[in-house]
Design a protein. Structure first.
Length: 305
């Protein structure tokens, strides 16, 4: 039986957040669930608006709505990409065999969605030895750190309870770090090599989030590639909307990155993921979290210098 279930973990984290807020007298449960519903609707409308989304991630109730409505399906998409991109997963295995660990950096990664998806994919592979993963999350919203810590804690606790207290028997050994960064403006950093010298760089739904500042993002991806090691991978995952494939091609050309073929994917979450795993929260919010995607992915490889 798989230890990691997206809806189950999100239900646990959100439930703990709600209990804390109610205990502190900041809100009551009914108001919190109503806000989760409203923010979930707002985020969906903003992402489909055809312009740069205006989403108040500084509001803890908005972040809870993101955990509820978006993290499970986006984590499942990351899992799907690694499962179906055999070259990318083979590269991850080669790095693990060569270095004894894999370093991954996720940009604009919010609460750690990519970490959750990777963890489930690695668990489901049933490898003989654990993958040691050094995971770095970079996002402009500092408060996402509380969710990242909670996700790591949930992963570790499930492995400990259902597999063993001995980490060497786990499928995945995690080292997680985060830093506050504006992906469109990195001028105040002294040594970008400390951030960008990773084996795999994940940019999931970044272009459609920054939208109006794509040119700045393009310039900074060029810097990322400059500091990355030869053969480092850049995984782009994006909504299947007009213009984004061309933009990624332009970014890759400027950054001297060779792209794989583009892969379109339109699918539903795995059958083992059920919204009912959210428990009473699903009933109280009164809105179904998203469970399907229409996206594409492409993998870039830094050309050898």
């Amino acid at each position: 039986m798989t230890c990691i279930k997206y809806f189950e973990i999100m239900g646990e984290i959100i439930g703990s957040n709600i209990s804390s807020m109610v205990r502190e007298g900041r809100f009551n449960r009914t108001d919190i669930c109503s806000k989760i519903q409203k923010y979930s609707s707002l985020m969906s409308n903003e992402w489909m608006s055809g312009k740069q989304p205006d989403i108040p991630y500084n509001d803890p109730l908005c972040r809870m709505a993101y955990l509820y409505s978006t993290v499970p399906v986006n984590a499942n998409l990351v899992e799907y990409v690694f499962e179906h991109d055999h070259e990318l997963e083979s590269y991850l295995d080669d790095i693990q065999a060569k270095n004894g660990r894999v370093s991954i950096c996720a940009f604009g990664a919010g609460p750690g969605t990519e970490l959750l998806g990777l963890a489930k994919r690695i668990e489901n592979r049933r490898l003989d030895d654990p993958i040691t993963l050094n995971f770095v999350l970079l996002d402009q919203v500092n408060e996402w750190q509380e969710s990242l810590i909670a996700i790591q804690r949930c992963i570790d606790s499930r492995f400990r309870e259902k597999i063993s207290i001995n980490q060497r028997q786990w499928p995945l050994i995690l080292s997680v770090h985060s830093s506050t960064i504006d992906i469109t403006d990195m001028s105040n950093f002294g040594n970008l090599g400390n951030l960008f010298g990773q084996d795999i760089h994940i940019l999931s739904y970044i272009l459609s989030e920054v939208f109006d500042e794509v040119q700045k993002l393009r310039n900074n991806i060029t810097k990322m590639a400059e500091y990355a090691s030869d053969e480092a991978r850049f995984l782009f995952i994006e909504r299947n909307q007009p213009g984004w494939k061309k933009e990624i091609k332009d970014m890759a050309t400027q950054a001297n990155i060779t792209l794989s073929e583009f892969h379109d994917t339109k699918a539903y979450m795995g059958l083992d993921e059920q919204r009912a795993h959210l428990g009473k929260l699903f009933e109280d919010v009164g809105r179904s979290p998203r469970a399907n995607w229409d996206a594409f992915w492409v993998v870039g490889t830094k050309k050898q210098s």
